[in-house]
Design a protein around this ligand. Structure first.
Ligand SMILES: [Zn+2]
Length: 330
């Protein structure tokens, strides 16, 4: 069997991916995030198509949309977008879970259903097709399009029991399918801890991606994590409310200088209405959107002395390794 990544329109060779945004969003159809902020609601297919077109115009080719079932995933709208970009862009969709806060601690199916019964639900999303209702139940109706990555989440400074359950489910799903695992860390905490949790469950470090570490801009913590062999997906440039771009860019430069350029990925994680140019435009606002990664952040990396080979690794070569299924499991 040859190496592959699983897009919603079928498996492709990793070398077909081109410039890859490893964690982003185009549609979010409500769900528990909306209770944190209404800006998480993103339902406009035309705006999403325009945003993706902007990314493609800037040189982008593949986008990993990290909305898990029950937390904003909209299979129908996303497939409409993916089909419209057939031949122009690749979309990878996610199954799995988010942080524990988004699940009822007493009555959610993540709480009440046994792990050994949830694992086949995850495997089915990856091997048969996603549930078009995203396990919001009670009816499951699968489309033929498959999920190509499994997500888990951790909380701020802790790994909740429900999150530990989801991690065990993800690890077992990985063992039965080879699917890569991406972790949402809350404000970049518990990264090293969650990697060790998965490694103890025999997940290969090269199939683990950590998100949101940029919100915890501690280069020595990054180094300690990267020594475990995993990937860090740095998302969220253009998010000054956390840190200016220079903090992230200087840390990336430092990590490249330490020899870690083969373990770094880039993304925008533009998961709110006003983080996207096309959605903003529908209300008359100007904002940069997802293309900013390529039009603004990459030039800053170059300005700081990150060479083209390292940028190609982060945008093109490393995603081919991180997002490919683990063939030793198939
Ligand atoms: Zn996200």
């Amino acid at each position: 069997m040859k190496n592959f990544v699983r897009t919603v329109l079928g498996d492709i060779a990793p070398t077909e991916m081109g410039i890859t945004d490893c964690h982003d969003h185009l549609i979010k159809n409500g769900g528990p995030e909306m209770h944190e902020h209404i800006d998480f609601l993103m339902l406009d297919v035309a705006a999403a198509k325009q945003e993706l077109a902007n990314f493609v115009a800037a040189g982008g080719k593949t986008m990993v949309v990290m909305d898990p079932p029950n937390v904003g995933r909209d299979v129908t709208r996303m497939l409409e977008i993916a089909n419209a970009f057939k031949g122009k862009a690749h979309i990878i969709m996610s199954t799995g879970f988010h942080k524990a806060k988004f699940y009822d601690k007493y009555s959610s199916w993540l709480k009440t259903v046994a792990e050994e019964k949830i694992v086949p639900m995850m495997i089915a999303e990856i091997e048969e097709g996603m549930d078009q209702h995203s396990y919001n139940g009670p009816v499951v109706e699968r489309v033929s399009n498959k999920a190509g990555i499994i997500k888990c989440g951790t909380s701020y400074g802790v790994i909740d029991p429900l999150e530990q359950k989801a991690l065990r489910i993800a690890a077992e799903t990985y063992h039965q399918t080879g699917v890569p695992i991406l972790i949402h860390t809350q404000l970049g905490t518990m990264g090293w801890e969650v990697v060790n949790f998965l490694i103890e469950l025999d997940v290969a470090p090269q199939k683990i991606i950590l998100s949101h570490l940029n919100k915890n801009p501690d280069r020595y913590y990054y180094e300690k994590i990267l020594q475990l062999g995993v990937f860090i997906a740095f998302d969220g440039p253009d998010r000054v409310k956390y840190f200016p771009d220079s903090v992230l860019a200087e840390n990336i430069k430092w990590l490249c200088d330490q020899g870690y350029q083969k373990q770094l990925l880039l993304a925008m994680d533009a998961g709110r209405f006003y983080y996207q140019a096309a959605y903003s435009a529908t209300r008359g606002y100007f904002s940069y959107g997802i293309a900013y990664l390529l039009t603004h952040f990459v030039p800053l990396l170059k300005q700081l002395g990150v060479n083209q080979a390292a940028i190609d690794d982060m945008l093109i070569n490393n995603p081919q390794v991180a997002l490919a299924f683990d063939l030793t499991k198939r």
